[in-house]
Design a protein around this ligand. Structure first.
Ligand SMILES: *Cc1c(COP(=O)(O)O)cnc(C)c1O
Length: 544
C-alpha cells in the first residue's frame, strides 16, 4: 500500500484497515461523549468570540505543505467541536434536531458508498431509498403513489423554490425558452417563511408580485383577505399563479386551511376562466404531524392524555387535507430529527416534472444510456447527496408509532410549560394558543396582552414592552449555555390605538425539540426564567 492509498478505506475489505478506520471513529465518539454535560448546552467551553475572532482564523489559515497524520486530523476536527452547541434538554430555542441513531447510520452508509443521487447507475442505494420514501410518505399523506414523485432537496426553502418553478412551467411551458411572463402573482400569509420572498426574487417574478395576506388569530391565512386580494389582481389583469399554504408557521405553528384555499382557487378558476392555481403546502415545520392522519383517538392505543389529544385532533382535521396541495415537503431535519439536510419534496403528479426536465441531448454525461432508469435531470442540483438514506433509516427505526410518540411529547411538554409559566408569573402572556411551540411575553407590571390584541395600546406602549422583552432576551441569551430559549421579533402583527400601521410583537419562544426535553424538565425551564426575570426587574428601571 502506498502513502496515498493509506488515506483511503480498503479495496479488499481487510480487517486491518477496517479496524484502523473504526479506531478513528471511536476516538471521535469518545471525545464528543467526554465533552457532553447534561446541564450544559455546549460540548466543553465556548471559544471567546472576540471581534477579531474570524480575522485571526483567516490569518492563521494555510494548507499544510505535507499532510499531517490521521491522529492529528482527528485532533483538529475535535478542536472544532469544542464549545459546539449540542441539542439536549437545555435547548428550547428552535427546530434544531439531535439526529437519531438510525439517521446517523443512514448518513454514514451514504458517505461510505458515496452514490450520486443524480442517476441510479451512479447511486443505486440513494435512488432506491428516494423512490421508497417518496412512496411511503405519499401513501401516508394521501397522494396516489403511482402518480406522485419526490426527491430530496436543499431544505424547505428549496422545496418552495422547486414548487414555484413547477408552477411557472405548468402555467407557461415555454417559459424555459422565453423567460418568465411579467404578470404572475404569488400569495402567502404575512407570517409565512421568507423562502417565498427569495424564490420570487430568484425566479424573476419579483417581490412586488408577492402578495401578503392577513392572518387570523390562530396565525392561519385569512381566507376572505386571500379571495379579495386575488380578485383585485385578476381585475387589474394579473395572473394568480401560486399560493403558499403554510402548514405550521415557523414561530407559532399556525396551520393554513388548505381546503379553504383550494376552494377559493377553484372558485376563481371557474368564475374567471383562469388556469389552475398552483398550491404548495409549506409543511417544512408541520409536515411530520401528518403521521397522525390515521390515528384513532377513540382507541388511543398510545394512551395520549386528553389535553394532548385535543391538540392532535385539531391537527388531524387540517393535515388530512394536505393531499389537496400540488406539492408539499417533509423537513426531517426539523421535527423528524435527522441530520441536515434531509428534506423531501413531494409532488402530487409527476407530469409536472416533464415541463422542467432536460432534453436527453442536454445531458451527454449521464442518463442517456441504455442502462439506468432513474435520472433526476429535473432537479436544480446536478450531483446530489443521497440524503434519502437517512430519512429511510429513520422511518424504519421509528415507524409511524415511534414518530407519533415523539411528536406527541413535544405537545405534552408545551402544555405543561404553559401551565407552569402562567402559575409562576402574574406578568406573563402566552401569545399563541397552538402547540408545539409556545411564544410568550413578559410585562413590566401586569399582563396587557388582551389590550394589545384588541388594538387598545399605543405604539409607544407596545414598543416599550417589546424593548423590555428584547433586553431580557439579551440577558438570558448570555446564559444560553444553561438553557437556551428562542426569541422572535415578528411573532404577529397587532393594531395600535394611535396609528394605522400595525406593529410587530416580540416574544420569547419555547421550542422543546429534544427527546430529552420531557415534562420532568419543565420546572427547571421555568425556574431559570424566574430567577433571571427577578434579577432583570431589579436592575432595570421600569417605566411602563
Ligand atoms: C424552516 C422553514 C422553511 C425553510 O426550511 P429549510 O429546511 O431551513 O430550508 C420554510 N418554511 C417554513 C414554514 C419553515 O419553518
Amino acid at each position: 500500500m502506498n502513502e496515498i492509498q493509506k488515506l483511503y478505506p480498503s479495496m479488499d475489505g481487510n480487517d486491518f484497515q477496517r479496524e484502523e478506520l473504526l479506531s478513528f471513529f471511536k476516538s471521535i465518539l469518545t471525545k464528543i461523549d467526554e465533552l457532553k454535560d447534561p446541564n450544559k448546552l455546549t460540548l466543553g467551553e465556548m471559544p471567546e468570540y472576540t471581534e477579531d475572532y474570524y480575522n485571526r482564523v483567516i490569518q492563521k489559515a494555510s494548507v499544510p505543505n505535507t499532510g499531517v497524520s490521521m491522529e492529528e486530523v482527528v485532533q483538529e476536527l475535535l478542536k472544532l467541536v469544542e464549545g459546539h452547541r449540542f441539542v439536549n434538554r437545555n435547548y428550547v430555542a428552535n427546530a434544531a434536531p439531535l439526529p437519531n441513531i438510525a439517521s446517523i447510520l443512514g448518513n454514514l452508509v451514504m458517505v461510505l458508498v458515496n452514490g450520486n443521487n443524480l442517476w441510479d447507475v451512479e447511486g443505486p442505494a440513494a435512488a432506491k431509498a428516494e423512490v421508497e420514501v417518496a412512496a411511503m410518505l405519499s401513501k401516508l399523506i394521501g397522494y396516489d403513489e403511482s402518480i406522485s414523485a419526490g426527491y430530496t432537496t436543499w431544505g424547505g426553502q428549496g422545496a418552495v423554490f422547486n414548487s414555484l418553478r413547477l408552477a411557472i412551467a405548468r402555467y407557461e411551458p415555454f417559459s424555459n425558452q422565453n423567460g418568465v411572463p411579467q404578470n404572475l402573482y404569488c400569495f402567502c400569509s404575512e407570517l409565512s417563511h421568507y423562502s417565498l420572498l427569495k424564490s420570487v426574487e430568484a425566479t424573476g417574478i419579483g417581490i412586488e408580485n408577492m402578495i401578503r395576506v392577513k392572518v387570523n388569530a390562530d396565525h392561519s391565512i385569512n381566507l376572505e383577505d386571500l379571495k379579495e386580494k386575488m380578485e383585485h389582481i385578476i381585475a387589474k389583469g394579473g395572473v394568480p399563479l401560486y399560493v403558499l399554504a403554510t402548514m405550521g408557521t415557523t414561530d407559532t405553528f399556525g396551520v393554513d386551511d388548505i381546503k379553504g384555499i383550494k376552494h377559493i382557487a377553484v372558485e376563481m378558476e371557474r368564475t374567471y376562466g383562469i388556469d389552475p392555481i398552483y398550491i404548495h403546502a409549506d409543511s417544512a415545520m408541520g409536515g411530520m404531524y401528518t403521521f397522525f392522519n390515521n390515528y384513532s383517538f377513540e382507541s388511543n392505543t398510545l394512551q395520549f392524555t386528553d389535553n394532548v389529544i385535543e391538540v392532535l385532533k385539531s391537527y388531524q382535521q387540517k393535515f388530512k387535507n394536505i393531499k389537496l396541495a400540488d406539492s408539499m415537503v417533509f423537513d426531517f431535519h426539523k421535527l423528524g430529527q435527522t441530520p441536515y439536510i434531509t428534506s423531501l419534496f413531494l409532488i402530487k403528479n409527476k407530469e409536472y416534472l416533464k415541463n422542467v426536465d432536460l432534453d436527453a441531448v442536454e445531458t451527454p454525461y449521464v442518463g442517456n444510456r441504455g442502462y439506468g432508469s432513474y435520472h433526476t435531470g429535473y432537479t436544480l442540483e446536478c450531483s446530489r447527496m443521497g440524503s434519502a438514506l437517512a430519512i429511510y433509516a429513520s422511518l424504519l427505526a421509528f415507524g409511524i408509532e415511534g414518530y407519533q410518540k415523539l411528536l406527541a411529547n413535544y405537545i405534552h411538554v408545551n402544555i405543561a410549560f404553559r401551565e407552569t409559566l402562567k402559575r409562576e408569573f402574574p406578568n406573563v402572556a402566552i401569545t399563541n394558543e397552538v402547540s408545539p411551540i409556545t411564544t410568550f411575553r413578559f410585562y413590566p407590571e401586569k399582563n396587557k396582552w388582551n389590550g394589545e390584541l384588541n388594538g387598545l395600546l399605543t405604539i409607544e406602549e407596545m414598543t416599550e414592552i417589546n424593548q423590555f422583552n428584547d433586553e431580557f432576551a439579551e440577558m438570558i441569551g448570555t446564559e444560553r449555555d444553561t438553557v437556551y430559549f428562542g426569541f422572535t421579533k415578528k411573532q404577529c402583527l397587532v393594531e395600535a390605538a394611535n396609528s394605522n400601521d400595525r406593529i410587530s410583537i416580540y416574544a420569547h419562544k419555547f421550542f422543546a425539540i429534544s427527546p430529552y426535553s420531557t415534562i420532568e424538565e419543565v420546572d427547571r425551564y421555568v425556574g431559570f426564567l424566574k430567577e433571571h426575570l427577578e434579577l432583570f426587574m431589579k436592575t432595570t428601571v421600569v417605566k411602563v
